[in-house]
Design a protein around this ligand. Sequence first.
Ligand SMILES: *Cc1c(COP(=O)(O)O)cnc(C)c1O
Length: 228
Amino acid sequence: MVNENAYHELMAQLKEKKVELIAVSKFKTVEDIAALYALGQRDFGENYVQELVEKQHYFANKVGFEAIRWHFIGHLQRNKVKYIAPFIHLIHGVDSFKLLQEINKEAQKNNRSIHCLLQIHIATEVSKFGLDNAGAFELMQYYTAQQESLQNVVLQGVMGMASFSEDLNQVKAEFAELKAAFSLLKSNFSLFKDDFRSISMGMSNDYQLAIAEGSNMVRIGSLLFGNR
Ligand SMILES: *Cc1c(COP(=O)(O)O)cnc(C)c1O
């Protein structure tokens, strides 16, 4: 079920602040996705490769959904890149140079370029994936050094997930940390110019806090589609 009012209210807030919405549709049906698309939503995020591929295939064969853009927001294994490379719009969770190289290779095979965000670990929980600041810096250095052979990937920014915490100051500090990491990378690696522009942070429970701390891309599921 799509919460139409929630979508319109959210879009009004995001439009004013020039924040992009990725509607997170994991575990939700193609009917739910179609309903949100009918309201004007074009960007959808999925966490699991097989689920994403099935949904993409469904909509690719359906008239009227040509403008849909798929985002991969989960943890991406290198051996699965090939399945999403033909169509993926943005990969949010790049957390190693090897993964970036694999994405480049598969993008090249498909004769396209794939935009990517570096996932940075900002939460206190150990279970979440992502690079630390030094790791992100190092990845950017490798990328810079080998840019000639990485013509089919575009680094578009950073992504992170805050702790699941009631402590708003903690969450706020983590978002501020991601914003600072973004600024540091942008100022140190000027070769990206305007390509390096996205800060993907904020989910249903914390998106307002994320926007206040500089997010310009939020990933929201349950607020729009109900609980999973
Ligand atoms: C599931 C998920 C979301 C959306 O979470 P909601 O709380 O439903 O808004 C956002 N980002 C990532 C990485 C997710 O896995």
